[in-house]
Design a protein around this ligand. Structure first.
Ligand code: NAD
Length: 347
């Protein structure tokens, strides 16, 4: 499948990118990783790793030289606390990254291109209650994504489609539904719900204060998919000839309260949930995976409980490591027990 291929992974210093690089190497590909930063948790397994800012045209040309297949994962992104509060920065940066990487790939003669879109492209009006219908791919239109992050993803989906029609570049478009697992951002404001909840459960366990903060009433619903299943799915999609947008996720919908209790269970404690004001995103969202099951024979293998248990173990170790290297342990624990909303300015 990937054996002997020259592959570029953008965003290779990030969560999904670092796992993808490792799996592509296992399958015999030659891999160039590109990112603004090296992987935060561990070293890269890429044959070549270049620190490049893909908002720059020259960097995009450099990244895509002598490459057959591109996995375009680089994006300025984060969890709800980040994407609900940084619309200008996200739209500006991600449009530059996505349009220029795609055009550079075309000019450099790349053959296959996989773009990582998101469940955030789906219209807000279909996600206004907790008990929602799982979203099918065709539900994307009439368009009304909630955030700038989703609008950029939707526009780049269309750009990929037109590049395929106009230039014959074989573009694939995957819509991820909440991917989680080890080596994902777990603190600092860009972390997503599963990591934030595992961190809060670890702090509750280590301090003996068994209270976990939750944004909103915690009744908002989502589905979550474990990283190994995600990587398996995108490698299969890249190898296929399927070019329409396709969902990749689990179809088991849980509330954020249920996910919090799962994290607490992984920690081996029982907790009280303290609901506070905070960004919540759409009220309910679930993935309909019948298309990916039909065209790729892909279905998730790792249950939510198992994925959360693995993620929890890794995050508890990370919290302990952070405490060991801090001389202000109590202050750090207090900070890690809450989530922050980060507003950043364009760099
Ligand atoms: P991540 O933030 O861990 O990885 C993204 C990487 O892109 C980061 O390492 C970041 O440094 C890099 N990047 C940002 N700006 C860059 C620039 N200007 N030049 C080069 N690199 C840059 O996120 P992830 O969870 O690994 O997500 C990977 C892709 O999947 C993203 O496109 C994201 O939008 C998409 N996605 C992820 C999820 C999810 O649940 N994780 C859901 C939907 C879509």
């Amino acid at each position: 499948m990937s054996e002997g291929k020259r592959v570029l992974v953008t965003g290779a210093g990030g969560f999904i990118g670092s796992h993808l690089v490792a799996e592509l190497k296992k399958r015999g590909a030659w891999v160039r990783g590109v990112d603004l930063k090296y992987p935060e948790f561990g070293s890269t397994e890429a044959d070549e790793f270049e620190l490049l800012d893909l908002r720059r045209w020259d960097a995009c040309l450099q990244a895509t030289r002598n490459i057959e297949e591109v996995y375009a994962l680089a994006a300025d992104m984060g969890g709800m606390g980040f994407i609900s509060c940084n619309h200008s920065q996200i739209l500006h940066n991600n449009i530059l990254i996505s349009t220029q990487t795609l055009e550079a790939a075309r000019l450099n003669g790349c053959r296959r291109y996989l773009y990582t879109s998101s469940a955030c492209i789906y219209p807000e009006y279909l996600q206004d209650k907790t008990d929602v219908e799982p979203l099918k791919e065709e539900a994307a239109y009439p368009a009304q994504p909630q955030d700038a992050y989703g609008w950029e993803k939707l526009i780049t989906e269309r750009l990929c489609t037109h590049y395929r029609e106009d230039y014959g570049l074989l573009t694939h478009i995957v819509r991820f539904h909440n991917i989680f697992g080890e080596r994902g951002t777990w603190t600092g404001g860009r972390e997503k719900a599963p990591a934030a909840l595992c961190r809060k459960a670890a702090v509750a366990k280590l301090t003996g204060n068994h209270v976990m903060e939750i944004w909103g009433d915690g009744e908002q619903t989502r589905s979550f998919c474990y990283i190994d299943d995600c990587v398996e799915g995108i490698i299969a999609l890249q190898a296929s000839d399927f070019t329409e947008p396709i969902n990749l996720g689990q179809d088991r919908m849980v509330t954020i309260n249920e996910l919090a209790l799962m994290a607490a269970e992984a920690a081996g404690i029982s907790v009280t949930l303290n609901h506070i004001d905070g960004p919540q995103g759409v009220r309910g969202r679930n993935s309909n995976n019948s298309l990916i099951e039909r065209v790729l024979g892909w279905r998730f293998k790792v249950s939510l409980e198992e994925g959360m248990a693995r993620t929890y173990r890794w995050i508890e170790d990370e919290v302990k490591r952070a405490l060991e290297s801090s001389n202000q342990g109590d202050e750090l624990l207090r900070a890690l027990s809450s989530s922050t909303v980060v507003r950043s300015a364009l760099r």
